[in-house]
Design a protein around this ligand. Structure first.
Ligand code: ZN
Length: 57
């Protein structure tokens, strides 16, 4: 059986408009700390910094 708890689904939220645009699976074992990515935001109509959040809507 696959190990539980190692991977978790996180949402990526635009830092500018707080819009939740992406969801990704994060491996807690490989990555420490908060994840930030440059992603395209539909609301801002440009690439913005997206921050991970555990809150999934
Ligand atoms: Zn945005």
């Amino acid at each position: 059986m696959a190990k539980k708890g190692a991977r978790e689904i996180v949402a990526l939220v635009c830092k500018n408009c707080k819009s939740q645009n992406y969801a990704t699976v994060r491996n807690k074992l490989n990555m420490e700390g908060k994840l930030t990515l440059n992603k395209y935001c539909k609301r801002c109509k440009k690439h913005t910094v997206h921050k991970e959040t555990t809150k999934l809507k």
